[in-house]
Design a binder for this molecule. Structure first.
Ligand SMILES: Cc1ncc(COP(=O)(O)O)c(C=O)c1O
Length: 365
């Protein structure tokens, strides 16, 4: 077994994809590549018919390399990119892109399907308030639609992303109302309505958004030919992946592991301090890898105060400080449901810096 690896449950990926389709039956799913771009994830999602929300030209080319069709299966959903990136995206066949500013709209003369991106107001509980970066309010949105008209550029739809967590259904309903109002006021034939990502794999159950789904169906009935789109990241991949790293040595309260916290678990889990570790015996893990069956990782309360230290030498490389159960060299430290915004934070440069081997991906059922 490798010193550090993740197990990827393909059946869980499929289940999440299907649950989403069941809740929003007419919505086309554009998986948000930035959430986890592991090749195994993108390949499998392509195979089961998923489309992709790409945030950069490199993500676009990457998705295409797995056989996805640029014209019908990619949305370039980063409203702040360079002219060169937009031109390159058009050159490789991408038609759909979002904009939320005059500067971006002016760069999109050759883009076939521009979508205006609105900004939701409801972001009070969010760790990262994406509205600070992306989206526009309706007032500015109106000005941009006027500008598009003056440019003789057809805006074909409206997008919004509630951020994470997505928040209550009534806030999404408000956004849907605003989309309809703007479209009606501007005589805009809505061909695409994109309600973004932010759905939670745990927490508020997806069934709680059945009302939103009904409303989307109603809007679709009122706008013949309208395509509804979702851009889930976390909902699809978070619970499909567990991370394991071997304990190399234990010195009193210091537990040294093979993996690196800053390379493998940078953003969400470390910064939001939501990293929960468990200890798994190597034999148990070996069985799982062999049988391709997932381990039901148990989080044990209590234990002694420990500090789990990553091997990169970077001073931030600390997985955890707190209580941890009995742990010995050769055991594995496990992090359950670690699929979202983890692998995407790895970078080749950091690998070179620490000289560490990237972790292995083991596909399981
Ligand atoms: C435009 C857009 N769509 C989709 C997503 C995916 O969000 P999540 O992983 O919370 O579903 C993001 C995340 O930042 C985003 O900015």
């Amino acid at each position: 077994m490798k010193p550090s690896f993740v197990t990827l449950s393909l059946s869980k990926l499929k289940l999440q994809y299907e649950l989403l389709l069941k809740t929003f039956p007419t919505a086309k799913v554009y998986y948000s590549v930035k959430c986890n771009p592991l090749p195994n994830v993108i390949k499998y999602l392509t195979e089961i018919g998923c489309s992709f929300d790409c945030a950069s030209i490199n993500e676009i080319k990457y998705a295409i390399s797995f056989g996805c069709d640029a014209k019908t299966q990619i949305i370039f959903a980063n409203p702040h990119c360079s002219q060169a990136d937009i031109d390159e995206a058009v050159r490789v066949g991408v038609e759909m892109m979002t904009f939320d500013s005059e500067a971006q709209l002016l760069m999109m003369k050759n883009v076939a399907k521009p979508l205006l991106r609105l900004r939701p107001d409801s972001q009070s509980n969010q760790f990262v308030k994406l509205g600070l970066k992306f989206g526009t309010d309706s007032f500015e949105g109106q000005r941009l639609l006027n500008l598009a008209k003056a440019m003789k550029k057809d805006v074909v739809g409206i997008a919004f992303h509630m951020g994470y967590p997505i928040g209550p259904a009534d806030q999404i309903m408000l956004m849907l109302k605003e989309v309809e109002r703007l479209a009606a006021f501007n005589n805009l034939k809505l061909q695409y309505l994109d309600f973004g990502g932010g759905l939670m794999p745990s927490g508020v159950p997806i069934e709680d958004y059945a009302g939103v789904s009904k409303e989307l169906l109603r809007i679709q009935r009122d706008n013949p030919g309208l395509e509804i789109q979702s851009e889930p990241g976390r909902y699809i991949v978070e619970d499909a992946i567990d991370f394991y790293t071997r304990v190399e040595s234990v010195d009193k309260n210091r537990v040294f592991v093979a993996g690196s916290a800053v390379q493998s678990f940078h953003r969400d889990l470390l910064l939001s301090k939501k990293l929960t570790l468990s200890v798994v015996k190597a034999e148990e893990l070996q069985k799982c890898v062999h049988s391709k069956k997932r381990i039901d990782i148990q989080v044990v309360e209590g234990g002694e105060d420990k500090i789990v230290i990553g091997s990169s030498g970077i001073r931030y490389d600390i997985f955890y400080e707190g209580k941890l159960g009995d742990v010995k060299a050769g055991d594995y430290i496990a992090v359950k449901n670690a699929g979202a915004y983890t692998a995407s934070c790895l970078s080749d440069r950091l690998d070179q810096f620490s000289g560490m081997e990237p972790f292995q991906v083991v596909e399981i059922d």
